[in-house]
Design a protein around this ligand. Sequence first.
Ligand code: Q46
Ligand code: ZN
Ligand code: ZN
Length: 309
Amino acid sequence: MKCRKCSAKAVINMRQHKLALCKSHYLDWIPEQTQRFIDKYKMFTHDDNILVAVSGGKDSLALWDILVRLGYRTAGLYIGLGIDGGISYSDESQRLAKKFAQSCNLHLISVGFPEEYGSTIPEIAKLTMRGRGKPCSVCGMSRRHIMNRVAREEEFDVLVTGHNLDDEAAVLFGNTINWQGGYLLRQQPVLEANHPGLVKKAKPLCRFYEREMAAYTILRDIEYVYDECPYSVGAKSIYYKELLNKLETDRPGAKLNFYLSFLRAKKEGLFSSSTDQKPMELNTCNNCGQPTSVPGECAFCRMLVSIAD
Ligand code: Q46
Ligand code: ZN
Ligand code: ZN
């Protein structure tokens, strides 16, 4: 297969776009498209300070690399969760995030859960759930809290994450089959800072397939943590991704169409006449000043109190 732009050997064929590209044109195409999405969804400008949440995985490192190539002012945020895998999953993730930052001379802020809060995420989860279930809900809530806290404290204008189309389509699928109206309302490429203490959030890679990000990272020679978090085994999101991949195999572009049609339907007022699907009212946590859905203290502060008891 040949590159559509120069007839050199293509390294990737994107069936949904009917577009095959060589290495050089692909590595130009990805940042061009990212810039288009940043502008289209009004994510941020070159005047903004951008905090990139980096996990050491391919998507977040690719995102950081792309934003640097596009000339944005960025710093990275790595959150150490204290999760063990074959070799320690967290140690390896941190090593690769640090390696990338050093090789590009970028500033990486590291927050270690065990160092800052005295326990790893699995330990905290055990205490709060009395040993039942996976630590994922504690992990997700804690990461969101810390990302917002650091972005506020360090006065960043926007926090960006490396969610790709496969992630977004899987979340959308899960929320749709359960008709989770509140979550569907909030799922979008940009979340504005619509409450004091809340930082604007954006997902610049939300229209790229996971395989496109993997190809970009490999072609850019970026070393990333290949293993998934050990707790992701059996996750519903992975099952949804597999289902959507089957659909995509038969109907190239189905995943992208699913996500983009959802965004379009929302823009055209899918939820606007619904009286019981108003965006969630937020309160301010009495302890940390971060937004919380319930009055009083936020879930993160309540969790810290419960494990200290
Ligand atoms: S939530 Fe769960 Fe992930 Fe946290 S514990 Fe691992 S799998 S990292 S996206
Ligand atoms: Zn080419
Ligand atoms: Zn709080």
